[in-house]
Design a protein around this ligand. Structure first.
Ligand code: DC
Length: 228
């Protein structure tokens, strides 16, 4: 019998803690971790550098078809390689954050990203985080989690994270940008941010990272028990 590989989809709004917990869950299970937001961010960085309008469907798709985005792992975590250059830090900077939702709105771009993301998840255990993983990219994922948290808490977390990484950060500006991104991500036509019917919602506002990780691992255990 062919081995069944488990896919865990973690979706939710900006800065809800998806990547932090997804990375830990992937490590614990020895699965690969795929941060799909990093792919949209890398493309946005390239568009900005190449002076391509982030809302121009044809131009951005053309750019993507000539773009190589690799997600690699080292001891510091996941590295994002754009056309051979490490852009892990650069894709978190404000100009990218402020423009990425426009790129992520483009339906032809999303279709190409979806294919690349499915390819990355093929034939192995995977934890993938994003906005449309449980609804579109991996609709057959065995475990689907939808992480939410209050906007104040999310802005604060992203702010603390930026400070720790030495990235310039302004709390109020972050909050406004997170709200704006949520609005664009939730209201776009193609694959909007929405909880899959079969996803388990976890409100992380007053939970520690450990507690969120534990609740996801419990869901994985439940799924595995059902298989036995
Ligand atoms: O998770 P993040 O903040 O790095 O995501 C950056 C942007 O990309 C955000 O505006 C939502 C979008 N995105 C998306 O539309 N679909 C995904 N699967 C992942 C991210």
């Amino acid at each position: 019998m062919q081995e069944q590989h488990t896919a865990i989809a973690i979706d939710g709004p900006a800065a809800a803690g998806k990547s932090t917990v997804a990375k830990i869950v992937a490590d614990k299970l020895n699965y690969i971790y795929v941060d799909t937001g990093a792919m949209y961010r890398a493309l946005t960085l390239k568009a900005l550098n190449d002076k391509v309008d982030p809302s121009d469907d044809d131009a951005v798709l053309d750019l993507l078809m000539n773009t190589n985005i690799e997600l690699t792992n080292d001891s510091t975590g996941q590295r994002v390689i754009l056309d051979g250059k490490d852009v892990t830090e650069e894709i978190r900077y404000q100009p990218v954050s402020a423009n990425v939702s426009y790129v992520a709105k483009l339906s032809t771009v999303r279709q190409e990203m979806l294919e690349r993301q499915r390819e990355l998840a093929k034939d192995r255990g995977v934890v993938m985080d994003g906005r449309d993983i449980g609804t579109h990219v991996l609709p057959n994922a065995q475990v689907k989690i939808f992480l939410v948290a209050s906007v104040d808490e999310r802005a604060k977390r992203r702010h603390d994270e930026n400070i720790a990484k030495g990235i310039p950060s302004d709390l109020e500006q972050l909050k406004a940008e997170i709200e704006k991104r949520d609005e664009i991500d939730s209201n776009r036509e193609t694959a909007p941010l929405v909880r899959a019917d079969d996803a388990i919602e976890v409100d992380t506002t007053s939970l520690s990272i450990d507690e969120v990780v534990r609740s996801i691992l419990q869901e994985v255990e439940k799924y595995k028990d059902k298989q036995n």
